[in-house]
Design a protein around this ligand. Structure first.
Ligand code: NI
Length: 201
């Protein structure tokens, strides 16, 4: 089932998340729903707060970018990657700058400086533990999604000057005055573009 994506301005995007204590059927359904939601919206990452929940969980799916990344030294997993209870345990000293966007902040793209590589500990959807190093594009998306679990959005990481230039655009998003081609949840208004949700289910 495709879930509405909570937009900038909703409280949940700034709320701390909680560890997932055990596997359960509802959790597996949620993971499938989040994968359907990401794919329906054409995104590459989605964290639980973006669908209105406080679980420490996010999904990364670079498959839509596969063609763009051909020839680059990047391994793209065949399946969406599920990260449960993640902890970033190491960050490289070297930083890199890359343009980011977010399904919760439609049509805004800005360069963000982040560590080039990270090591992260997490459970996959089968509750198998991993401790893996990621670099490049994957490290980028993982850090962006991880930030969502801490209530941090990528627009928090750009310069105050750039943020000021975006002020009007961000207000439009907060007010739900946007043309997202996926269902969204707007603070004080509820679910908009729900007809899209029905179509893609
Ligand atoms: Ni995001």
């Amino acid at each position: 089932m495709v879930l509405p994506i909570y937009l900038l301005g909703t409280e949940i995007l700034r709320t701390n998340t909680e560890e997932i204590r055990a596997d359960s059927e509802p959790l597996q359904v949620l993971i499938d729903d989040m994968i359907a939601t990401i794919q329906g919206a054409g995104g590459i990452g989605l964290a639980a707060p973006q669908v209105g929940l406080t679980e420490r969980l996010f999904i990364v799916d670079l498959l839509p970018m596969k063609e763009n990344l051909i020839g680059q030294d990047i391994e793209i997993p065949d399946q969406p990657m599920v990260f449960i209870n993640p902890t970033i345990v190491e960050e490289s000293d070297e930083d890199s700058e890359m343009e980011e966007g977010c399904l919760s902040i439609p049509d805004v793209h800005e360069e963000v400086l982040r560590p080039e590589a990270i090591r992260i500990r997490y459970l996959d959807r089968n509750f198998q533990a991993h401790n893996r190093r990621f670099y490049g594009m994957l490290a980028r998306v993982i850090q962006h999604e991880f930030d969502h679990l801490e209530g941090i959005l990528f627009i928090d990481l750009i310069s105050p000057f750039k943020r000021r230039l975006l002020k009007r655009k961000l207000k439009e998003i907060i007010d739900g005055e946007i043309e997202a081609d996926y269902p969204v949840f707007v603070s004080g208004k509820g679910v908009l573009h729900a007809e899209i949700s029905r179509k893609t289910q």
